[in-house]
Design a protein around this ligand. Structure first.
Ligand code: PEP
Ligand code: MG
Length: 885
């Protein structure tokens, strides 16, 4: 984030620009052409007035001139657009043609510079219409008042041919026109003006959830905050406007705040822009074989159904594992009958206000529901659901959605018609931005559209009657629809569209519901009441299978269920192999809210507390007392069980803006993990002190991430020793290191001299061994920790540790896979730190394993060629792992 400028707003005489003088400005035609309504522009962003109100001219000449005297406030390098500020403060964007930004300036010549004053009629930009026209959808020039909340257009000339310099309309300050198209703007008269810039770090740019977070902060601000990027400006209170800036990773957004707390508001918003975003789900790599998700749910009513009893098999992409037998139930998106004409402006306005309020309270209840402790790993997925719903709340409040709807209602339309059109215009605009992630988020807007329309039409979809063991068939399932389901009755979900990283995939997995996505439109033809087998592990759906298959699958499902129940029942017992070898099965945790779920699944402690949860999404580092309170709460909740706290593993994809990390070419190879802590030693000291204070002494251990050299280990140990002494703590704290970098495994014996234990982070160890970026979706299927090279490094680490009497755990994702347990144990690992819902099954499996066999199979695995070969080998030796028998 870079601060550009700060100054106190002085009197209008010394700083007149941002403070509109109360006089209308006449807008003269900037060139010859045909004057037309903005609605005719073939681009929903302009036609939908998402950047503001205005008009359009289809040009007959090719020099754009100043429509009034003013100052050039924005002229992008591509010279396809220009923004002028008039003496009364109105800002007019003139955009030559549609999608002309893509021409990169080819065909445009600017005659002015940013900051230059111009007189009405001065030449601004010449353009080569013959060259440009064939390359773009249209040459029409929208003229948009971008700060339209302060101004209204009046006295518009009639559509039709105009000559340069002809009067087109007046731009009148809302204050004297007596209306404003935006709801309640924050006060802005006296106060600061503060500008800063912020670079977008989120690899997906500003998509729905970050936009929602930014808009929520801006709405709470006492100042008015505006974002700009190139020629696009967005009122920061509007998440839709923010998304429509189309901001991508690496773009630098200009933040301007005007008002009493301008500096704080601008800085907070700049930090939110620079934050990596809350798109964890979106960031999960999509398997290479998975098709891109479809965009939105379509009604099912128009689909012709198959005759009942027809036997069919469909295949799709596994979104949540599991096997289930059940009965088909279609989730039909009811076609709503929406009248175009309203029953009176007041009545329709009130109806819309009421529908939005009711939708708001329904979403707030859902947020409360997902914030409660729930089933397996509900903590983290509940958080995700809460974030999604919070973004939906911000859409409901979106000033553009509301003002566009209000305009249509004022023009005589019904509230439902107006709302549907307002939302759908923006959905279309999102899809046209050419950004897959933003396009996926159109489903969130669709969700909001549907919810409000249902209320307006007096419908209630929440009471979907489900048979027991329902297998739901739908085109897609919106987050709110998932929240409304009676999940006790849902055995499986089959979606024609969607994708494996969609919200429904994440939620299904967290509730243990088998789900298949991208199964194709023919699945929508399956009538209700058919027998279904859904094998989500194989991505297969069988409709009306043979009776014998149904019976056999039921048997497998029952066996699995009984086994899972039995495993859970026995999960509380400590874990030993039949020969008495103790294998600790502990949990990976992110916060205190996850402890109860982990213990219920049999966790024997915490093998990895990712302390990042305390550091991310905030503007300054947590202090010592705050950290101590959190760590102590987790230690207490674990009731004496071991707690391994990993020091801050930030950097690379986990950004902490207040650390002011330098821009790096290869952040995954840069200042991340312990290197960041050593670069900012105060961060490390504070954290170490907080951990050292946790009681009882001995319960907590320190784990250092991203260790590559002995020098780093020794430096951190010196800090720990110094802080222990300063605190008067005379009990040493066990200190271990993550094995994530091959160098540690390769000279494990030397590292084992320095530390008390190793914990293998296979997620990073695989990334650094195979030189495959763990965030690169294209490499996701090859980035397999079962690769013999990775296993060999784990074996080397274990050998080095054993020779010095140190223990070795594994806390990467491989530890949550039952298939890996015999291998890891065979290689010498004695602690498995897994996600909570894997623990009971892993403990049950470990209790059956035979050590000599584990060693022999692990040894054989090291000699194999590929990860697939290793998986096959283990499956051959332990065929029941992961099966139903
Ligand atoms: C790992 O790298 O395996 C690990 C556990 O750390 P993280 O996934 O948090 O980087
Ligand atoms: Mg790691």
């Amino acid at each position: 984030m870079k601060f550009l400028d700060r100054f106190r707003r002085a009197t209008p005489a010394t700083n007149p620009a941002p403070c509109p003088a109360p006089s209308p400005e006449v807008l003269l035609a900037p060139l010859d052409g045909t004057l037309q309504a903005l609605d005719t522009v073939p681009d929903p962003v302009f036609a939908g007035r998402m950047l503001g109100d205005g008009l359009a001219i289809d040009p007959a000449t090719n020099v754009l001139c100043a429509p009034f005297a003013g100052t050039v406030v924005a002229l992008p390098k591509t010279r396809h657009a220009i923004t002028l500020r008039a003496a009364n403060g109105a800002e007019l964007l003139m955009h030559i043609g549609i999608e002309t930004v893509g021409l990169g300036g080819d065909g445009f010549v600017a005659h002015v510079k940013e900051g230059q004053s111009v007189a009405a009629g001065d030449r601004l930009i010449s353009f080569d219409a013959a060259r440009i026209a064939p390359q773009v959808p249209s040459l029409v020039i929208p003229l948009i008042v971008t700060n339209g909340d302060d101004f209204v257009l009046r006295s518009r000339a009639a559509d039709g041919s105009v000559k340069r310099g002809a009067r087109c309309c007046e731009i009148v300050p809302a204050a004297i026109a007596g209306s404003s198209s935006m709801p309640e703007a924050p006060p802005e008269a006296e106060g600061e003006v503060f500008h800063c810039t912020s670079e977008i770090r989120d690899p997906f740019g500003i998509h729905a959830r970050p936009a929602g977070v930014i808009a929520t902060r801006a709405k709470a601000a006492a100042s008015r905050v505006t974002l700009s990027l190139g020629g696009r400006r967005a009122d920061a209170r509007s998440s839709v406007a923010i998304m429509l800036m189309g901001a991508q990773a690496g773009d630098v957004v200009h933040v301007e705040a005007i008002g009493p707390t301008a500096q704080k508001d601008a800085q907070d918003i700049a930090e939110l822009i620079a934050a990596p975003g809350s798109g964890a789900a979106a960031r999960e790599p999509r398997p290479a074989s998975a098709p891109a998700p479809a965009l939105a749910a379509k009604p099912l009513v128009a689909v012709a159904l198959d005759a009942p009893g027809i036997r069919r098999v469909f295949s799709g992409v596994s979104a949540a594992p599991g096997l289930a037998v059940g009965v088909s139930r279609r989730l039909v998106h009811e076609q709503l009958d929406i009248p175009e004409n309203g029953a009176g402006i007041e009545q329709e306005m009130a109806a819309l206000t009421d529908a939005i309020a009711r939708t708001r309270s329904a979403i707030e209840s859902a947020i409360a529901h997902f914030s409660e402790p729930g089933p397996v790993e509900h903590g983290s997925h509940g958080n995700q659901q809460t974030e999604i719903l919070t973004a939906h709340l911000s859409f409901l409040d979106d000033p553009y959605l509301r003002s566009t709807s209000d305009e249509m209602i004022t023009a005589g339309r019904s509230a439902a018609f107006a709302w549907k059109n307002a939302v759908e215009t923006q959905i279309t605009a999102l899809r046209q931005l050419g950004n897959e992630v933003l396009a996926e988020r159109a489903a969130d807007l669709l969700d909001i559209e549907r919810r409000v329309l249902l209320v307006l039409c007096g419908r209630n979809e929440t009471a979907l009657e489900l048979p027991d063991n329902a297998i739901l068939f739908a085109d897609d399932l919106l987050p709110s629809q998932f929240a409304d389901l009676d999940l006790k009755r849902v055995a499986g979900i089959c979606l024609a569209a969607s994708g494996p990283t969609s919200h429904v995939a994440i939620l299904s997995a967290s509730y243990g519901i088998a789900a298949i996505v991208a199964a194709g439109p023919d699945t929508l033809r399956v009538p209700d009441g058919q027998d279904i087998i859904i094998d989500a592990d194989k991505g297969q759906i069988s409709v009306n299978p043979a009776v014998s298959d149904v019976a056999a699958t039921r048997q497998v499902v029952e066996t699995r269920r009984a086994r899972v129940d039995a495993n859970r029942q026995a999960a509380g017992e400590i874990c030993r192999m039949p020969d008495g070898t103790r294998i600790e099965v502990v949990a990976n945790l992110g916060s205190v809210s996850e402890v109860a779920g982990a213990l219920a699944n049999g966790a024997e402690g915490c093998g990895l507390l990712r302390s990042e949860f305390l550091y991310l999404h905030r503007t300054s580092a947590p202090g010592e007392d705050e950290q101590f309170a959190e760590y102590q709460a987790i230690a207490t909740a674990l009731a004496g069980r071991p707690l391994v706290i990993r020091t801050l593993d930030a950097g690379a994809d986990k950004d902490v803006p207040y650390a002011h990390l330098p821009t790096e070419e290869n952040p995954a190879l840069g200042l991340r993990g312990v290197r960041l802590s050593l670069w900012q030693p105060d961060l490390l000291r504070t954290q170490v002190r907080a951990i050292l204070r946790v009681k009882p002494y001995g319960q907590c251990k320190i784990l250092l991430p991203m260790i590559a050299t002995l020098a780093d280990v020794r430096t951190v140990k010196a800090v720990i020793a110094a802080e222990s002494e300063a605190l008067g703590r005379d009990v040493p704290i066990e200190t271990g290191i993550m094995v994530e970098v091959p160098s540690v495994a390769l000279i494990a014996a030397q590292f084992a001299e320095e530390v008390d234990f190793f914990s293998v982070g296979t997620n990073d160890l695989t990334q650094y061994t195979l030189a495959m970026d763990r965030c690169n979706a294209r490499l996701a299927q090859q980035l397999d920790p079962f690769h013999p090279a990775v296993l060999r490094l784990i074996g080397l680490a274990a050998d080095g540790a054993r020779n010095r009497g140190r223990w070795v755990g594994v806390c990467g994702n491989i530890a949550s896979s039952p298939l890996a347990a015999p291998l890891l144990i065979g290689l010498g690992v004695t602690e498995l730190s897994a996600t909570a819902n894997a623990i009971a099954d892993i403990k049950a499996l470990v209790r059956t394993l035979d050590m000599p066999r584990c060693r022999a199979v692990a040894e054989a695995a090291l000699a194999l060629d590929s990860a697939d070969d290793v998986r096959h080998l283990v499956a051959t030796h332990w065929p029941t792992i992961g099966s139903g028998s």
